[in-house]
Write a protein of this length. Structure first.
Length: 335
């Protein structure tokens, strides 16, 4: 039996030299050391031996099993290290994997396009605080504390005299306080009102424009806004001016454009009127100049304000403003 045990050891080590996978080592382990393996079967014949030979043979069996276990484990470790090395090797011939690049949000894209158009018309971009004094947000724009127009621009109050701005119009007063005419600015930024539905959000974006100089007329206002509409929506887009009211302009006008969806035929988007309102405008009320020290007899001008989301929705054909703020990557990747 001693010779048989030594022969099994030699066969097992020789078989181990030709293995290429860890699974082959596991098969050899079961073949020689498993519950039905070669060494186990020989051990079952141990009672057949004379009593005086059993201790020596049993000891030899245990020694050979330990040697084979170490050999099998060493082979397993070597094959594992080899596999890990092959995985970690960098193949320089493989094509590179580019990381996906982000891009500007559609609201940002629209804001930049609006600003680009007005900058080419000679306007300068200015920005101001989103947390604004009541004075600049309302009072200096001809809306005293008891003025009913405040109801249409209800906002979030930080304190009695500090609010989240309802429009970017406060920059008109701030800029006029800081410089003498002529003035030609646009002010983009976030504004806040407590509205929330498919066409309104508590936070939205606005671009306000102001021009003050000698001899400015309503014709200059119409020419400026007509140029903007044609550059933003195309030269074949029709527009119209409707009389309206704003506390800080007189006369005031809403500007409508021909529905970009139905081309004026009437549809759900334009409430079957063929027209869509895009901005408010008007000639500066001389009362504003009293707050900033301008001479209303020498200077005139106009102002306008438009919602960026409204422009973005019209250009992209959307009917729900909330899509812009849901952070759905599938939606944003379309822009």
């Amino acid at each position: 039996m001693k010779d048989q045990l030594l022969e099994l050891k030699i066969r097992a080590l020789k078989a181990l030299e030709s293995v290429a996978e860890r699974s082959d080592v596991e098969k050899l382990t079961q073949q020689y050391l498993g519950r039905k393996g070669c060494f186990t079967l020989l051990l079952k014949r141990l009672p057949e031996l004379p009593k005086e030979e059993r201790p020596a043979i049993g000891k030899l069996v245990n020694q050979l099993k330990e040697e084979l276990q170490r050999a099998f484990q060493a082979a397993t470790d070597a094959l594992t290290a080899k596999a890990e090395h092959e995985i970690s090797v960098f193949d320089v011939t493989l094509p590179g994997r580019r990381s996906p690049l982000g891009h500007m949000h559609p609201i940002t894209q629209t804001t930049e396009e609006i600003c680009r158009i007005f900058v080419t018309l000679g306007f300068r971009v200015v920005q101001g605080p989103e947390v604004e004094l009541d004075y600049y947000n309302f009072e200096a724009l001809n809306m005293p504390k008891d003025h009913p127009a405040r109801d249409m621009q209800d906002t979030f109050y930080i304190s009695d005299n500090v609010v989240l701005r309802t429009h970017t119009s406060p920059m008109e007063i701030r800029v006029m306080e800081a410089q003498s005419p002529p003035v030609s600015i646009i002010s983009p930024g976030k504004v806040y009102r407590p509205d929330s539905d498919i066409s309104h959000t508590p936070m939205f974006h606005q671009v306000e424009g102001l021009l003050v100089d000698r001899g400015v007329t309503f014709g200059d206002l119409k020419g400026t806004l007509t140029t903007f509409v044609h550059q933003m929506f195309g030269h074949d887009t029709k527009l119209r001016f409707r009389p309206s009211f704003f506390p800080f302009t007189e006369p005031s006008a809403e500007v409508d454009i021909q529905c970009v969806v139905c081309k004026g035929k009437g549809c759900r988007t334009c409430s079957h009127t063929g027209w869509i309102e895009i901005l408010g405008s008007g000639m500066n009320d001389p009362e504003l100049y009293r707050f900033v020290g301008y001479d209303p007899e020498s200077y005139s001008g106009f102002a306008f304000g438009l919602g960026v989301e409204r422009i973005a929705m019209l250009k992209s054909g959307l009917d729900d403003i909330r899509l812009f703020f849901e952070n759905d990557i599938r939606f944003l990747q379309q822009f």
